[in-house]
Design a protein around this ligand. Sequence first.
Ligand code: NAP
Length: 379
Amino acid sequence: MAPHTIRWGIISTGGIATTFAKDLLVDPTTRNVHDVAHKIAAVGSRSVASAQAFIDKLKSFSGPSSWGVQHGGLDGATPYGSYDEVYADPSVDVVYIGTPHPFHHQNAKAALLAGKHVLCEKPFVMDLAELDELIAIAKEKRVFLMEAVWTRFQPIAYAVQEVLRSGKLGRPRRVTAELSSCINMDELADDDRMIDPKLGGGPLLDLGPYPAVWGMLVLHQHPQNQDKEPQVVDFSQRIYKRNGIDEMSAFTVRWEGLAEARLLTDFTACTPLDNACVVDCEKAQLIIDHPLYRPERFRIVPHAGSTDDIPKETEHRYPVPAGNGMHYEADHVARCLRDGKLESDRMPLTESRIVQGWFDTVRKGGNSVLKDWPHTAGK
Ligand SMILES: NC(=O)c1ccc[n+]([C@@H]2O[C@H](COP(=O)([O-])OP(=O)(O)OC[C@H]3O[C@@H](n4cnc5c(N)ncnc54)[C@H](OP(=O)(O)O)[C@@H]3O)[C@@H](O)[C@H]2O)c1
């Protein structure tokens, strides 16, 4: 049977939109996917020249994405000089939003109101009020809405959960997870997205979703977890003096009755390469490599004096066969749409709400210039 093909409208032409679009063009059979496929139907940018340049650039790549170009994945893709024209294009099934996070709410809201399904980059929005408005609109319009936390859909994420759910490591006792990136902030221009307050700069919102996703996958979704509303119980931020954004954010989330996760993100130091996330369990540690957005290896290291259940350290590798690995989430969205689902069971909106709530707690309780961010909910 022919695969079910989904037609994407890409909003914005920046770094991550390029990576995502390239992955849409990778041959799905390289990851053993035969039931769904992807086509780029439209690209929206603030200028039509940039949208056209984006399409031309996609055509010029020689790597795995060239397969899609040769097999019609970009045929007839329309460049638009506005985002609204993509939302109005009947040849678009679902809109992917890759603008800086302060614009996610307005962009996603406009797409939903136009009746389009939406996949929106992380962090979903700037605060919970914005997210709740999007959820209400998606429900009313009966369209699909999901946060693009691509890590959740990678084979390694399912493999880690399978090990933990099997119970062979015992109960989890503590999680530590870090995604940091020593980016030399002082050398960045004032309007660089990573540090510009107007563009939501700082590691909490940019990198924080990745330590958070492992807390969610490992503890929130653990069969022994009963706590549906895990809270931030402790946090700290260090402020970048040049413009008042956070340069480091650390926070502890507690799942009552199960365990805590200590989550860290920092623009001034690098993550330890081979232990970015440590899940300490009764009998062993499960240790995941950097980078937590797309790790390729985890290890199981028995505690000293452990029983015969786990006699020695083992290593488990999950390289992405072709492309960057964002295609796994695209495949998931395609299946949801094919099956008429309005919400993902792998990335449910309730779980996006939980993580957005943690960011609200840290941001509003901290001292960065984003503390009193004027959200756009209701506007
Ligand atoms: N999933 C991941 O692994 C991942 C990785 C990186 C980033 N992200 C997320 O994706 C989003 C975009 O990040 P990025 O690194 O792709 O950013 P980027 O390279 O700066 O691109 C952002 C794009 O947004 C559009 N845009 C609209 N209004 C803008 C404004 N006022 N200033 C700047 N750009 C504006 C621009 O496209 P047009 O000119 O075409 O309109 C621009 O190219 C962020 O929310 C980030 O957290 C996710």
